[in-house]
Design a protein around this ligand. Structure first.
Ligand code: C2E
Ligand code: CA
Ligand code: CA
Length: 277
């Protein structure tokens, strides 16, 4: 048992070391990538489940780390948050997404764009001014912008968060609660925070067709959201069965690999042309 224990320990430190090294490497390279505009924004369609029309998209950041490798935002966003890089990074994503959405609009394609906002971005002093500046610079009308927040945003200073959310909404921007049900959920959030949309977390969608528990959770979230006057967006819709479920339950929007993976702007434009013809 002793030898086993020591083996575990060695494995543990080696693993820790590997993680620390990777972290350090990501830190330095990410700073450079942001400065040199190596990051990209991809777009994933949000679809009206009743007619298959694309009505908007979620902007998702990508880091082409080498010609063959993308580093997942699930890995580098937490690093960016730790280094305080998330604020400039998030601002860059917001600006890029607004510019692109305006380009599509000028081409006659009126779509809403949803941009993820991390808790740290939400806590910065001049967020409202920054958003207003980006909208005026890019010429995008605020009602075409949506911001996605997670429950972690509400952990500190609920009153301040509510007041900021109200100001953002006064500009005409919509607010979504992302990954609902996975974080430090509290149902009171739904009552107290001025939200427009609720996104059902992927983890409840994945096994929807095999796990009756997930069906119960998804149905409860949908009926709760509806009675509170929130729109429902289902993400992680991968199969026809998933889609049928959300059609039957009259979800407002669906998003997932069934329709498309997140795409670079050029490929998204092609998808839009096919969808509208
Ligand atoms: P998220 O906001 O929940 O975004 C949805 C994630 O699910 C995306 O992963 C998307 O590519 C993936 N996805 C979409 N459809 C499907 C599907 O049908 N099946 C499965 N299995 N996955 C699907 P991605 O792009 O790797 O992003 C991961 C997370 O990184 C995002 O989760 C978000 O929390 C964060 N993130 C991405 N871009 C940004 C950003 O610009 N700012 C901030 N703060 N966070 C971002
Ligand atoms: Ca999101
Ligand atoms: Ca999500």
């Amino acid at each position: 048992a002793k030898a086993h224990g020591r083996g575990n320990y060695q494995f543990f430190t080696a693993e820790l070391n590997r993680k620390a090294m990777r972290h350090l490497m990501l830190d330095t390279r990410l700073r450079k990538a942001l400065e040199q505009e190596e990051l990209q924004v991809f777009y994933q369609p949000q679809v009206n489940p009743s007619n298959g029309r694309i009505v908007g998209m979620e902007a998702l950041v990508r880091w082409p780390y080498s010609p063959t490798e993308f580093i997942s935002p699930a890995e580098f966003i937490p690093v960016a948050e730790e280094m305080g890089l998330i604020v400039p990074l998030g601002e860059w994503v917001l600006r890029t997404a607004c510019i692109q959405t305006k380009i599509w609009q000028d081409a006659g394609l009126n779509l809403r764009v949803a941009v993820n906002l991390s808790a740290q971005q939400f806590r910065q002093q001049n967020l409202l001014e920054k958003i207003m500046m980006i909208l005026s610079e890019t010429g995008l009308s605020p009602d075409y912008l949506e911001l996605e927040l997670t429950e972690s945003t509400f952990l500190e200073g609920a009153e301040a968060a509510i007041s900021l959310m109200n100001k953002i909404k006064k500009l005409g921007i919509n607010l979504s609660l992302d990954d609902f049900g996975t974080g430090y959920s509290s149902l009171s959030y739904l009552k107290r925070f001025p939200l427009d949309n609720l996104k059902i977390a992927q983890e409840f969608v994945r096994d929807l067709t095999t796990d009756p528990c997930d069906v119960a959770i998804a149905e409860a979230i949908i009926s709760l959201a509806r009675r509170l006057g929130l729109k429902i967006i289902a993400e992680g819709v991968e199969t026809q069965e998933h889609l049928t479920f959300f059609q039957t339950h009259h979800c407002d929007l669906v998003q997932g690999y069934l329709f498309s993976r997140p795409l670079p702007a050029l490929e998204f434009t092609e998808l839009l042309k096919k969808n509208s013809s």
